[in-house]
Design a protein around this ligand. Structure first.
Ligand code: LLP
Length: 404
């Protein structure tokens, strides 16, 4: 993105023109950025040669998934719907892993019929259920067991998953019991140990600790796992202050781990692949004077992007038309939804804004549209992709009539 004659452009497209053509709010994605992220991910972990399964929950747009699949990525899915989408996008079943604590019998049946690479199980009951289905089908099913390593991922509590109080995976004791059980089963093939300790991780220590714990648990299990699925979680620099995880260090730690464990590594990144590839373009409907601050009321709301309301997450806001004058008061950027949490950001010393001006909200590619809703009966926005100097429509804005 750059300003040309004080007007913000994305890969030479004037945002103003995009807004005019599609009408705001618009999710606008960059193919170049997607490609760069995938290449960076592959380069950082080159020596390990992992299977990279894109976490579909972070963005499940079919056309975007199709672009991702062309780079050879597989998929990490958590429901029959996500599995269908991944298959529809051309991702091969032997590159799909299925996680989640509450897969229903119907979903398990579907996954088994589609012959996906792995079902990563999260409880004894789920293992029994897969075994029951496998017996009926007279099949042997590849499964993983998710370990809860009881590690603080040093991220937001709402997106931590690897502590013992979280519902995910099983603790070491249970894990070792389940390994024994599955090894004796005629209908289950224990292929994988899986783990995912949380999301938006920017600190190296938790991953280091996780690998140490895995090493110990694997030794105790006396089982050779064909796959070790390390999950996702790699954070991105939302604040634009160069706070990044040291992927090189993570990769070297994994290399060390692999000296004792001859397994194929699986990763399930979501945010790292798509987080910074999109912006949300929005227009200011009104500016309303408040007591100590002015409310900048946007035409995008928490139904379009819920992360600030749900996790207090920061998404930078940038004006489309650069002006030199500063605002007198702080600005609170809010949406039109009837909830006090429907606010995006409060900023001091922002440039002066006017009603009808356009702004963009940054880094909304992951958990943006996938967490969006029709709350307040608002249609979902347009999604477009800039690819090779062309605009491709990823999904059209819903029509009000579609919602009736
Ligand atoms: N694998 C598993 C088993 C997961 O549960 C998740 C995310 C991922 C992979 C992908 O994690 P990532 O690489 O994207 O961090 N809605 C929240 C994030 C929730 C993450 C849920 N699980 C947010 O907007 O920050």
């Amino acid at each position: 993105m750059k300003y040309i004659n004080k007007e913000l452009t994305i890969e030479n497209f004037r945002i103003k023109n995009l807004a005019k053509k599609f009408t705001t709010p618009i999710y606008c994605y960059s193919f170049n950025k997607l490609k760069e992220n995938i290449q960076n991910f592959k380069n950082n972990f080159k020596s390990i040669n992992p299977l990279i399964c894109f976490s579909v929950k972070s963005n499940s747009n079919t056309k975007l998934l199709r672009e991702i699949s062309k780079f050879g990525l597989g998929a990490d899915v958590v429901s029959a719907g996500e599995l269908m989408k991944a298959l529809l996008a051309g991702i091969k079943p032997n590159k799909i892993v299925f996680s989640g604590v509450g897969k229903t019998s119907k979903e398990l049946n579907f996954a088994i019929n589609k012959k996906i690479l792995l079902i990563n199980t999260e409880s004894k009951s789920e293992i029994f259920e897969i075994e029951r289905i496998a017996k009926i089908k007279k099949k042997k099913i590849n499964i993983g067991i998710r370990l809860n390593p009881n590690i603080d991922a040093k991220t937001l509590s709402q997106i931590s998953t690897g502590k013992k109080e979280n519902k995910f995976g099983v603790d070491e004791k249970k894990f070792l019991e389940l390994v024994k059980y599955v090894k004796k089963s005629k209908n289950l093939d224990l292929k994988c140990l899986s783990v995912h300790i949380g999301s938006q991780i920017l600190n190296d220590d938790p991953y280091g600790k996780m690998l140490d714990i895995l090493d110990k648990v694997i030794k105790k299990s006396k089982h050779v796992f064909e796959y070790i699925d390390l999950g996702g979680g790699i954070g991105i620099d939302y604040n634009n202050n160069n706070q990044n995880l040291n992927l090189n260090k993570y990769s070297r730690n994994i290399e060390k781990f692999l000296k004792n464990n001859k397994s194929k590594i699986i990763f399930e990144p979501g945010r790292y692949i798509v987080g910074n590839i999109a912006v949300l373009i929005s227009q200011i409907t009104y500016i309303k004077e408040g007591h100590k601050k002015d409310f900048v009321i946007l035409d995008a709301g928490m139904n379009d992007l819920i992360r600030p309301a749900l996790y207090n997450s920061i998404h930078r806001i940038i004006p489309v038309k650069a002006k030199s004058k500063l605002s007198n008061k702080d600005y609170e950027f809010v949406g039109p939804i009837c909830e006090s949490t429907d606010k995006f950001l409060t900023v001091k010393k922002f440039q002066k804004l006017d009603e009808k001006d356009l702004i963009i909200i940054c880094d909304v590619g992951a958990y943006g549209i996938s967490l969006s809703s029709n709350y307040n009966m608002r249609p979902k926005p347009f999604e477009i992709l800039i690819k090779k100097s062309k605009i491709k429509i990823l999904s059209k804005r819903q029509k009000l009539l579609d919602l009736m």
